[in-house]
Design a protein around this ligand. Structure first.
Ligand SMILES: [Zn+2]
Length: 230
């Protein structure tokens, strides 16, 4: 039976241990083999990558990450896309009708560039997905309260959003709210309100998560999505 597998990560299992061991790991109800996983470089830009079977194993066994990409899209059964996060928002998208999955890394720069909107557009154009069918899980990330930036970055982020027709939706001057911005981008991309699931955990506040701002951690939670047919 075909189904979508997805997992929003915490500190366990962590990214650094996974790439150190290069061994199968347990998630939810199954064991994931890194030979079938794909990881992107995540450079805080808005480049998408359409996965092929040859991409499996990227980021493991000394293989390079998918260069320059912050979003991965796949329709390959048995392949698992991984997005690493520690304050930035991990977004898992899937179309349960067409069986297409995507893993998106949306931090300040990616959100400013509407990477999730571009990813949905690519799912529509390249895989004939209907946005009304697409489901989005927006995982844990840093909240507005804990995400203060310089006046220059604040101004730049808000101007860029306004130019794209989005509302910065921040209650605190000098703070950014990635989650409310991404929510608007999902709605603008024509996802249905009830197909958007937000996990309102703040990585900075919650000890269960790695937070770059809190501990300058080099480690990351891993968020995984794939299509299973068995
Ligand atoms: Zn917080």
């Amino acid at each position: 039976m075909k189904r979508i597998f997805w997992h929003l990560g915490t500190k366990e299992p962590d990214y650094l241990s996974l790439i150190e061991s290069d061994s199968p790991f347990s998630l939810e109800d199954r064991t994931i083999d890194p030979r079938y996983c794909v990881m992107a470089e995540q450079v805080h830009a808005d480049k998408l990558h359409f996965c092929t079977p040859l991409d499996s194993g990227s980021g493991f066994f000394g293989n390079p990450l998918i260069a320059g990409a912050d979003a991965l899209i796949s329709d390959i059964k048995g392949q698992f896309l991984i997005v690493r996060s520690a304050d930035c928002l991990p977004i898992l998208l899937f179309d349960p009708d067409k069986y297409v999955v995507a893993a998106v890394h949306s931090g300040r720069a990616g959100t400013r560039a509407n990477i999730v909107g571009k990813c949905i557009q690519a799912m529509v154009e390249h895989y004939t997905c209907n946005p009304q069918d697409i489901i989005a899980h927006v995982g844990a990330g840093i909240c507005e309260e804990h995400y203060q930036v310089s006046p220059e970055l604040y101004q730049d982020f808000n101007s860029a959003l306004e130019a794209q027709g989005f509302c910065p939706c921040t209650n605190k001057v000098g703070h950014l709210n990635l989650r409310t911005t991404v929510f608007q981008q999902l709605i603008q991309s024509k996802l249905r309100f009830f197909n958007i699931e937000n996990y309102h955990y703040c990585t900075f506040e919650q000890p269960d998560y790695f937070s770059y701002r809190r501990d300058q951690s080099a480690n990351r939670q891993i968020n995984v999505i794939g299509i299973i047919d068995e």
